[in-house]
Design a protein around this ligand. Structure first.
Ligand SMILES: CC(C)(COP(=O)(O)OP(=O)(O)OC[C@H]1O[C@@H](n2cnc3c(N)ncnc32)[C@H](O)[C@@H]1OP(=O)(O)O)[C@@H](O)C(=O)NCCC(=O)NCCS
Length: 148
C-alpha cells in the first residue's frame, strides 16, 4: 500500500526535535536526543525520515560496516500505522544495502514486541537467538537477521 504524499529522505539535524518527540511516544526506554544527534553526524550511518505534509511521521536509524547492516530504530506515528510507511522505509534501506554490498541485516527487538516481530517476519527477517537482559529494564531481545 502507498500512502499519499509520503516523502522518504535521509534524516538531517533539523529533523531531530520531531524524531525525538516521536521516539518518546513510541518506546518505553527512548534514546536520549543527544544520542540521535551523534547518530546523525557519525560515519557509517543510514538514517531516514518519512514525512507527510512536512511533518515527520516515521524514522529509521541504521548503521552499516562492510557487508553488515544493523537497524537500530524504526518507528511510525501510532495514528498512521498499517499503511506501509515502515515498509517503505525498509525497502529504501534494503535498496541502499544491496547497492553497498551488504549481505546481512541484523536487529534486536523486545521479546514482548509481537507487532514489530510480525513486521520483521513479513519482511523476511528470521529469529536467530535470544539476548537475555538486553534492555535497560531487563527484558530479553530477540536477535533477527535477513539476508540481503
Ligand atoms: C513496527 C512498526 C514500525 C511497523 O510500522 P507500520 O508502518 O505500521 O508497518 P507497515 O504498515 O509498513 O507494515 C507492513 C506489514 O508488516 C506487518 N505488520 C506491521 N505491523 C503489524 C502488526 N501490528 N501486527 C501484525 N502484522 C504487522 C503486516 O504484514 C503489514 O502489512 P499489512 O498491513 O498489509 O498486513 C510500528 O508498529 C511501530 O512504530 N511500532 C512501535 C515502535 C517499534 O516497536 N519499533 C520496532 C522496534 S524493534
Amino acid at each position: 500500500m502507498s500512502i499519499e504524499g509520503l516523502i522518504i529522505e535521509r534524516a538531517v539535524s533539523a529533523d531531530l526535535r520531531e524524531v525525538h518527540a516521536l521516539e518518546v511516544r513510541c518506546f518505553p526506554s527512548p534514546w536520549r536526543r543527544e544520542f540521535f544527534e551523534s547518530e546523525i553526524t557519525n560515519e557509517g550511518r543510514y538514517n531516514l525520515v518519512a514525512r507527510r505534509d512536512g511533518a515527520v511521521v516515521g524514522y529509521l536509524f541504521a548503521t552499516w560496516f562492510a557487508d553488515e547492516m544493523h537497524i537500530n530504530k524504526i518507528a511510525v506515528d501510532a495514528s498512521l500505522r498499517r499503511q506501509g510507511i515502515a515498509l517503505a522505509m525498509m525497502q529504501r534501506c534494503l535498496g541502499f544495502a544491496a547497492e553497498r554490498g551488504v549481505t546481512s541485516i541484523w536487529l534486536e527487538v523486545r521479546s514482548s514486541n509481537d507487532e514489530a516481530q510480525k513486521f520483521y517476519a513479513f519482511l523476511g527477517f528470521e529469529a536467530e537467538y535470544i539476548r537475555n537482559g538486553y534492555y535497560p529494564d531487563g527484558e530479553a531481545a530477540v536477535v533477527m537477521m535477513k539476508d540481503v
